[in-house]
Ligand binder design. Structure first.
Ligand code: CTP
Length: 215
């Protein structure tokens, strides 16, 4: 299979030295890329700004903003069978980005933000036979929010976790997730290394392909 994965945060600049972003380090997305490549799949990894090394035999495309990530996904979508949207895409960006560094005297007391497009929703018309997998990093209620995002974003699988649980948040090498599928399956995994979580996610994706007769 050809698997397209997004990973890491995006950065939304305010000026050449400041940005808004989030705590994602890209570990889960990079673990998925590593495990998929080791299993013999063709892997394209679209990465936000992270400090991780590219796994062997993975084609990596670096981006910074949500807009750039969307463009890269749109460009790469045609060639893929599976799209795993693991990135913590910034939902908002500053309404204005100054080309020069803002002096503190010029800084607005209130920052005006505009909504970024939702990447999964934007590329949904291109889905066709492809398997789409999304993530939901929640602070409480991962079941309810996970099911909502599975439905609202038209996904085949949704991987939900509660980032406030010990060992399951950002910047750690373990995760505890629940997988929900559009055909009603639910898999609750124990706390596991992210590479093992990645293996289980890929196994689930594989079952969707097998049941659709597309191995
Ligand atoms: N996502 C996306 N484009 C965005 C934001 C999120 O494609 N602009 C994807 C993420 O990669 C993830 C899924 O949507 O697979 C859920 O992301 P999340 O931030 O949890 O959801 P939101 O849609 O931002 O919902 P909310 O803010 O209501 O929690």
């Amino acid at each position: 299979m050809h698997i397209l994965i997004t990973a890491g945060p995006t950065r939304e600049p305010l000026d050449p030295v400041r940005f808004i972003s989030n705590r994602s380090t890209g570990k889960m997305g990079f673990a998925l890329a590593k495990v998929a490549a080791e299993a013999g799949h063709v892997v394209t990894l679209i990465a936000g700004p992270v400090t991780l090394e590219t796994p062997a035999r993975v084609r990596r495309i670096d981006v910074e903003t949500a807009g750039q990530m969307l463009e890269a996904v749109q460009r790469e979508m045609q060639a893929c069978d599976v799209f795993i949207s693991c990135a913590a895409v910034a939902d908002w960006r500053p309404a204005v980005c100054s080309v020069t560094k803002l002096k503190k005297s010029e800084m607005p007391g209130v920052l005006q933000l505009v909504r970024n497009l939702d990447i999964l929703e934007t590329v949904r018309p291109l889905k066709g036979h492809r398997c789409f997998v999304g993530f939901a990093a929640e602070t409480g209620n991962p079941e309810q929010e996970g099911m909502r995002k599975l439905r609202d974003k038209g996904l085949d699988w949704l991987v939900a976790n509660d980032v406030t649980e010990p060992g399951a948040g950002f910047a750690v090498d373990t995760n505890r997730v629940i997988l929900f599928s559009s055909d009603g399956r639910e898999e609750r995994l124990p706390l596991l290394p992210k590479v093992e979580v990645a293996r289980r996610i890929l196994a689930c994706v594989q079952t969707s392909f097998t049941s659709a007769g597309m191995v």
